[in-house]
Ligand binder design. Structure first.
Ligand code: ZN
Length: 154
């Protein structure tokens, strides 16, 4: 990657965005293993969430730390064209905030999983468990208890 020019690099990074990235695949397989079912790329929803769990009324965004400015070491700021990047990051953050707001207003719970969390298998497992722990099942609690639903998820 270091041999690419700045333009090539940004084009490459733009192309990578929106595809099925490694962190996305990790999140999907972990959720799947825990028994959650979901659909991909909610094109009908604000911000096109990566995963939609309609039954739980939750959407999951798997965010790249660089583009979406996670408070971790991956969220570096390129030294050249600093103003350009800062504007771009600000626009991304504003767009994210707007999308979360619209989703929440329509009753969705928004779960953001960061790329760096996805790469750490045990952290990812904890993150997903806590994000889905308080999920209310459409099945009444008593029926859920009887059938053993939502058990063994802790
Ligand atoms: Zn991060």
């Amino acid at each position: 990657v270091d041999t690419l020019t700045k333009n090539q690099r940004s084009r490459l990074m733009a192309a990578v965005r929106g595809k099925d990235t490694a962190p996305e695949l990790l999140v999907r397989s972990t959720l799947h293993r825990l028994g959650y079912r979901f659909r991909l790329h909610g094109a009908d929803l604000p911000g096109r969430p990566d995963l939609v769990l309609a039954r739980h009324k939750k959407v999951v965004f798997v965010h790249g730390c660089f583009w979406h400015r996670h408070s971790c070491s991956r969220a570096t700021t390129p030294k050249t064209r600093r103003g350009f990047w800062l504007d771009k990051f600000l626009a991304n953050q504003r767009r994210d905030a707007r999308n979360y707001h619209t989703l929440k207003k329509s009753g969705w719970t928004v779960v953001v999983i960061w790329e760096c969390e996805a790469y750490d298998a045990s952290k990812l497992l904890r993150r997903i468990r806590s994000a889905f722990a308080r999920t209310r099942s459409p099945v009444p609690a008593s029926a859920a208890r009887r059938s053993g639903r939502n058990r063994g998820r802790r």
